[in-house]
Design a protein around this ligand. Structure first.
Ligand code: FAD
Length: 539
C-alpha cells in the first residue's frame, strides 16, 4: 500500500508538518523511533516542588532516579539538566545515533516528541534580516509564526524584548509572575534603561510556550516549579500533545519503534527504508511524498545514506553557548517563594549593531528545582561545605545562559564513517571549531554581558563554557539554495536531486541566529508541509 505522506520524526518539526498536512485533508503516516518514559511520570504526584520536597516519601525516585542517574550526570555537560522523567529523551541514542567527535557533544533524541520533550519553551521570532541570512522567506514566515503561536499558545509581555520574542504576533497570553530576584534585577534595569540601551542591551520577560490562561483543554501553569519533571495540566506545549491529538484522526497513523535509515525515489514514488528497533528487521514503506523531520543531525545521516555518498561533508551550524552564574547580593539569604516556575524568568538580548543581525540572547534562570547537587562540582569547596554555602546562596543565584549567533566555516561539518558496531554500520563524525575571529566575538560579547549584568545588580561569579553542542540548537547541514545541487534544499524545503522528498527541520537554515530557534523551526515546517502538499497531485 502507498500512503500520501510519510513524515519521519515526532518532534517540534515533525508534529507541525503532520498537523498541517492532516488539517489540509491529506493522509499521513508518521514513522518515529518514539522512545518514551515508562517509569517516572506516573510517580510524580500533583503539587508544587516545595510541597513535594516536604511531603512525598517517594521523591528520590523522580528527583534522583532509581539508579541515581541524575547524580552521575551532575556536570555542566550537554544534557545535564535532564531529570529522570526526561531522560527518555536520550534513550537509545548512543546505540542508534553514534557519534565520533573530539570537539562537539550534541544532544540527539529518539523520543516521542524528540528534544521538544525537554525544551525550555523559549519562543522568539527572527528579524527580517535574520530570516534573509538564514534563507527563510520572511513574508511566509511571518504568517507561519502566527499559525504556530495560535496552535501552541504563548505567554509573554509587551515590554522591551517583545521585538525579539513575539514582535507583532497576536493572541499572546499575559506573562506569568516572576520571582523576587528577577523582579529586583528588572527594576534595576528599568532605572538604568537608557544606559543599557546605549550598550545594545534590552531586558524583559521571555515569551514562553507555557500557558497563563486555559487553552484547548490545557490548563494555565500552576507555577509549581516542576517544569523540568512533569507536564502537569499540559500547560507547557510539547510535541507529544500534538501527536496525541492527531492520533484521534483517521487520516493519521503513528508507527513507533522504527528507525529510518534511507530512501530511494522512482517515478512511482518514494521507498522509505527502516528497521524495527527491537528485532532490527528491515521494513520498506512506500509513499508519494517523504518529509524528513528527524532533527538536523539524524536527517543528515538519512540523506547521506539516501544519496549513497556517506563520506560527503555537510556543513553544520550550532549556537556557541556560555553560562554566567551570578550572585545578586541584595538577595543573599532571603526566603524563596513557595510558588514559582523553573523556566526562564527574564530575557536579556544584546543588539550591539542595531541592524537586526548579530543579536545575542541571554535567558536568566533562578535556581531551585534542578537541585543543588548539580552545582556542587562547580564550587572549589568540598561537598559538605559547598552544600551549606550553596544553600545560603540559592536565593541570590541567577544562571544566565547566553547564546551566540553562528555562521558557516570550513571547520564545522559532519560526515558519515564506517562503524561495524552500530546497527546502521556507520556513525556521524562531527568537527566543530570556532576560528579566531569567532572566538574573539564570543569572548567580547560575554564581557559585555558581564558588564550589563553588573549594572542590573547581578555579579558574575564564573564564566562556564559547557563545550560545543551544548546549546542544543543545530542547523545548516543542507543549506537552502536556488541551484538544483545535491545536499542542498530548494526554498520550498524540497531536497535538490529529488522530486518528492522534503526536509522540514532546521537543515536548510544558512545562518543560525542566537534566538531560540524552535518557533522558527516550526514555522518553517508548516511552510514546507504546505509546499509538499501543493506538489503532490490529489489522486
Ligand atoms: C533541555 C533543552 C532546552 C531547550 N530549550 C529551548 C528553548 O527554550 N527554546 C528553543 O527555541 N529551543 C530549545 N531547545 C531546542 C529544541 O528542543 C529543538 O530545537 C527542537 O525540539 C528540535 O526539533 P526537531 O523536530 O527539529 O528535532 P528533534 O526534537 O530532534 O526530533 C527528532 C524526531 O525524529 C525522530 N527520529 C530521529 N531519527 C530518527 C530515525 N532515524 N528514524 C525514526 N525516527 C527518528 C525522533 O524520535 C524525534 O521524534 C531545547 C532543547 C533541550 C533539550
Amino acid at each position: 500500500m502507498t500512503s500520501d505522506f510519510v513524515v519521519v520524526g515526532s518532534g517540534a518539526t515533525g508534529s507541525v508538518a503532520a498537523q498541517t498536512l492532516v488539517e489540509s485533508g491529506a493522509s499521513v503516516v508518521m514513522l518515529d523511533a518514539g522512545r518514551h518514559d515508562t517509569t517516572y511520570s506516573s510517580l510524580i504526584p500533583t503539587g508544587n516542588f516545595v510541597e513535594l520536597r516536604g511531603t512525598d516519601s517517594g521523591q528520590h525516585r523522580y528527583l534522583l532516579g532509581d539508579n541515581f542517574e541524575s547524580l552521575a550526570s551532575a556536570t555542566v555537560a550537554t544534557g545535564s539538566q535532564l531529570t529522570p522523567p526526561r531522560r527518555h529523551v536520550i534513550d537509545a541514542v548512543d546505540r542508534f545515533l553514534p557519534i565520533r567527535s573530539s570537539d562537539f557533544t550534541p544532544l540527539q533524541s529518539l523520543a516521542l516528541g524528540g528534544l521538544g520533550s525537554a525544551w525550555g519553551l523559549g519562543c522568539c521570532v527572527y528579524s527580517r534580516e535574520e530570516m534573509n541570512a538564514a534563507g527563510l522567506p520572511w513574508r511566509e514566515m511571518e504568517a507561519a509564526y502566527q499559525v504556530i503561536a495560535s496552535r501552541i499558545g504563548i505567554s509573554g509581555a509587551d515590554d522591551d524584548v517583545r521585538p525579539f520574542t513575539t514582535a507583532d504576533l497576536r493572541d499572546i497570553q499575559p506573562p506569568l509572575p516572576i520571582d523576587k530576584s528577577a523582579e529586583y534585577v528588572l527594576e534595576r534595569y528599568k532605572k538604568r534603561r537608557a544606559r543599557l540601551h546605549a550598550r545594545g542591551f534590552y531586558m524583559g520577560r521571555p515569551a514562553l510556550a507555557l500557558l497563563s490562561q486555559p487553552k484547548d483543554g490545557r490548563s494555565p501553569s500552576a507555577l509549581g516549579g516542576m517544569e523540568f519533571y512533569s507536564d502537569e495540566g499540559r500547560s507547557a506545549w510539547r510535541p507529544w500533545i500534538a501527536v496525541e491529538q492527531l492520533r484521534s484522526n483517521s487520516r493519521f497513523s503513528y508507527i513507533s519503534n522504527v528507525f529510518v535509515t534511507h530512501f530511494t525515489e522512482t517515478d512511482d514514488g518514494v521507498s522509505v527504508y527502516c528497521f524495527d528497533m527491537q528485532t532490527l528487521q528491515q521494513r520498506i514503506l512506500r509513499c508519494r511524498c517523504l518529509i524528513l523531520a528527524a532533527g538536523v543531525l539524524a536527517t543528515s545521516r538519512i540523506v547521506l545514506r539516501g544519496f549513497g555518498k556517506p563520506s560527503v561533508r555537510l556543513p553544520l551550524l550550532c549556537n556557541p553557548y556560555t553560562y554566567i552564574p551570578c550572585i545578586v547580593p541584595a538577595r543573599l539569604g532571603k526566603s524563596m517563594p513557595a510558588q514559582d516556575m523553573s523556566l526562564a524568568q527574564l530575557a536579556l538580548f544584546h543588539d550591539g549593531g542595531q541592524n537586526g543581525l548579530d543579536i545575542g540572547m541571554g535567558f536568566i534562570y533562578s535556581y531551585r528545582a534542578l537541585m543543588l547537587f548539580r552545582l556542587l562540582r562547580e564550587t572549589p569547596l568540598n561537598t559538605r561545605d559547598a552544600r551549606i554555602l550553596l544553600q545560603y546562596l540559592m536565593s541570590s543565584l541567577l544562571i544566565v545562559g547566553v547564546h551566540h549567533p553562528d555562521g558557516y566555516s570550513t571547520d564545522k561539518y559532519v560526515t558519515l564513517e564506517p562503524d561495524p558496531e552500530s546497527p546502521t554500520k556507520d556513525r556521524l563524525f562531527i568537527s566543530y571549531r570556532l576560528n579566531d575571529g569567532e572566538e574573539a566575538r564570543v569572548a567580547s560579547r560575554i564581557r559585555e554581558y558581564v558588564r550589563a549584568l553588573r549594572v542590573v545588580g547581578a555579579l558574575a561569579i564564573k564564566i562556564v563554557k559547557p563545550g560545543h553542542g551544548a546549546s542544543i540548537h543545530y542547523a545548516g547541514t543542507l543549506p537552502f539554495s536556488s541551484k538544483e545541487e545535491r545536499y542542498t534544499l530548494a526554498t520550498s524545503g524540497r531536497l535538490h536531486g529529488t522530486k518528492n522528498i522534503y526536509v522540514a527541520d532546521g537543515s536548510g537554515f544558512k545562518y543560525l541566529p542566537a534566538k531560540g530557534l524552535t518557533l522558527s523551526l516550526m514555522a518553517n515546517s508548516h511552510i514546507v508541509a504546505r509546499n509538499a502538499l501543493s506538489s503532490v497531485v490529489p489522486r
